[in-house]
Write a protein that binds this ligand. Structure first.
Ligand code: ZN
Length: 247
């Protein structure tokens, strides 16, 4: 529980009542702590022990001169509503509609739902060979062993696109940006009479109409995956040619 304290602090906010349980300088009672807003030096922290009640008099804000010297901060404090009659302060979970932190909400926060992969059902279809689906799946999740991904895992290597020799090798470059790949996508666009969005792997599949017959989808999807794989096939061919002189 102790190691989650900073997480809880970052996701809670005080609803101001009488101010007696709120630390004036360090608690979050208006979006950020006063110490953060005023960028106070850390060596002052041990001496800042006032509660928020210190600047509340008879249910109204009584902002001291030291804060009034920062008009924007003072104005933000004035916008915090004080209760008509004294109420205890309340600590609220900012992700809950009523401020209550239930065990269900805590579990959901610590175990967020996996991202919605709408495209997954399109990738794994009987019309696409499973080996192609697998490679396309890895491409969509940026899990292919490209030079870029190997470098991210700590491998030290010089990277060059084996298709154009102009850029470093990454999934995005190989399959979407490389002149070789763009020629293929352009060809496919002409055949399908529609533009192929190449902004990202996910956008690639948006060239397939949302509402189309399953037969048409069964034609378009293999075309997309096959066009993606053609880059890999060309790379294999280029690698073999490079190796030939040494065999
Ligand atoms: Zn290239």
């Amino acid at each position: 529980m102790k190691d989650k304290f900073s997480t809880v602090s970052a996701n809670t906010r005080w609803i101001v009542g009488n101010g007696e349980n709120i630390q004036l300088w360090f608690d979050n009672w208006m979006g950020r702590s006063l110490a953060t807003m005023l960028e106070l030096p850390k060596h002052l922290f041990p001496s800042l022990k006032a509660s928020l009640a210190f600047i509340i008099t008879d249910g109204k804000w009584n902002i001291p001169r030291i804060i009034l010297d920062f008009p924007l901060v003072a104005a933000q404090i004035m916008q915090v509503t004080l209760p008509v009659s004294p109420l205890p302060d309340k600590c609220a979970w900012i992700h809950s509609p009523n401020g209550e932190l239930s065990s269900k909400l805590a579990f959901q926060f610590l175990n967020p739902a996996p991202p919605n992969l709408d495209w997954a059902t399109d990738i794994w279809r009987p019309c696409i060979p499973p080996s192609h689906s697998f490679i396309f799946w890895r491409f969509m999740l940026s899990k292919l062993p490209t030079d870029e991904n190997l470098q991210l895992r700590g491998c030290t290597l010089v990277s060059m696109c084996p298709l154009c020799y102009n850029q470093a090798e990454s999934s995005t470059h190989l399959f979407l940006e490389c002149a070789f790949s763009q020629t293929i996508w352009h060809w496919l666009g002409i055949k399908l009479q529609r533009s192929i969005p190449l902004a990202s792997p996910t956008s690639l599949l948006t060239c397939i109409p949302q509402r189309c017959s399953s037969q048409l989808r069964d034609v378009l999807l293999p075309l997309c995956t096959q066009c993606t794989l053609s880059g890999l096939l060309e790379m294999q061919s280029a690698s073999m040619q490079l190796l030939l002189p040494f065999t």
